[in-house]
Design a protein around this ligand. Structure first.
Ligand code: PLP
Length: 386
């Protein structure tokens, strides 16, 4: 059976896949159907936090799988409650709503923000401010939140009530707040899909101040930068702020679908039975896996993330064919002289998986990638950039 032609015939035409069929792997090495090995600096888009077939994660998932695979949210379930407790204790947030994806985590955040504002200030307070060049998901509401025209066209009308400000332009945020009845400001502290661009420290602090002053909620979308990738547990922790809502997904589950919306003090009780829900959300197998991930994101592990990040930056700064490096921790964007797509396919040919973010080459390695593998992969990348 030819997988590529079957896929092309039967899978909806939404993905431009690389011509690789990954069949197995261990840690940061994956293997295709022909037995060719690749060092994986993409981790399924920041999902496989500890790489492929991680022993601890497998053990946790298997144990739960053999116990009970699903209960629904009509009943109590230990993995779900335990994971929520860990997330709250590690962040200072108060309650968690679990879902299955980043988009759903953001949908929940938007619902929570609107309900908080409307309960407190009245029905008109519904506007959510997001940033141009942001990415918040593919559902119609999270598309509306996404400040990029290219994603909107062909799918209008989108959910109303979203207004976009330019990143790092605090005066635009102020003008919007003066004009609209705002419920929340939603940001990614490092814009991932938008090209791996960290927001300025000043700007983020100013947003947090303005939000607090006006009792507008601050939502941090940590779907990609969260769960250790920034070098701290969550990206916002690099900015000295305390958001009202934190959303995450991707790396949280370590490979199983899991989204989480962390609700802070102001919004912890905004939902009531029936006001939101999910059939699969908080699935015990996904949560058991996530517990094994989040419990390992300790200071020592995060130190390793920062050391690997420094290594990559030192190696690539001033390397031939590289114009600039952006990002934080192990979420890095590389501006290359050659077309990024060319660099990526040359890396693939030479056994290294990297992906794109806008016009940059994006690196999202496993947080525990062994140094020898990282060194080898960076050498391949450097050669591809020349
Ligand atoms: C990937 C991503 C999303 C969407 O997550 P899905 O799981 O694909 O729905 C939302 N926000 C950010 C910042 C992302 O990187």
């Amino acid at each position: 059976m030819d997988i590529q032609s079957t896929d092309k015939q039967y899978i909806a035409n939404t993905y431009a896949r690389f011509p690789i069929n990954i069949v197995s792997g261990k840690g940061s090495v994956v293997t295709d159907e022909n037995g060719k090995e690749y060092i994986d600096l993409a981790t399924g888009i920041a999902v496989n936090t500890f790489g492929v077939a991680d022993d601890e994660w497998i053990k946790a998932v298997e144990k739960q799988l053999e116990t009970v695979q699903h209960t629904s949210n009509l009943y109590y379930s230990a993995p779900c409650a335990t994971l929520a407790e860990i997330l709250c204790k590690k962040t200072g947030m108060k309650k968690v709503f679990f879902s299955n994806s980043g988009a759903e985590a953001n949908e929940c955040a938007i619902k929570a923000a609107r309900k908080y504002a409307q309960d407190k200030k009245g029905e008109k307070f519904s506007t959510i401010v997001t940033l141009k060049n942001s990415f918040h998901g593919r559902t119609l509401t999270t598309l509306a939140a996404t400040g990029q025209e290219v994603f909107h066209k062909d799918f209008t009308p989108l959910t109303p009530g979203f207004v976009y400000a330019t990143a790092n332009a605090i005066e635009e945020i102020e003008a919007i707040i003066a004009t609209y009845n705002c419920a929340a400001i939603m940001i990614e502290v490092v814009q991932g899909e938008g090209g791996v661009n960290p927001l300025d420290k000043e700007f983020v602090k100013d947003i947090a101040d303005i939000a607090k002053r006006h009792d507008i909620l601050l939502i941090c979308d940590e779907v990609q930068i969260g769960n250790g990738r920034s070098g701290k547990l969550y990206g916002y922790m690099n900015y000295d702020i305390m958001p009202d809502i934190v959303t995450t997904a991707k790396g949280l589950g370590g490979g199983l679908p899991l989204g989480a919306t962390l609700l802070g003090e102001k919004v912890k009780d905004v939902f009531t039975p029936g006001s939101h829900g999910s059939t699969f959300g908080g699935n015990p197998v996904a949560c058991a896996g996530a517990i094994s991930i989040i419990n390992r994101l300790n200071d020592e592990l995060l130190k390793g993330v920062n050391e690997r990040s420094e290594y990559i930056k030192t190696q690539l700064e001033n390397a031939d064919g590289i114009k600039s490096i952006s990002g934080m921790g192990l979420m890095l964007g590389i501006e290359t002289e050659k077309d990024a797509s060319k660099v990526i396919s040359e890396c693939i040919d030479n056994g290294v998986l990297v992906i794109k973010a806008k016009e940059k080459v994006r690196l999202l390695p496993a947080l525990n990638i062994p140094m020898p593998q990282l060194e080898k992969a960076i050498e391949v990348l450097k050669n591809a950039c020349k």
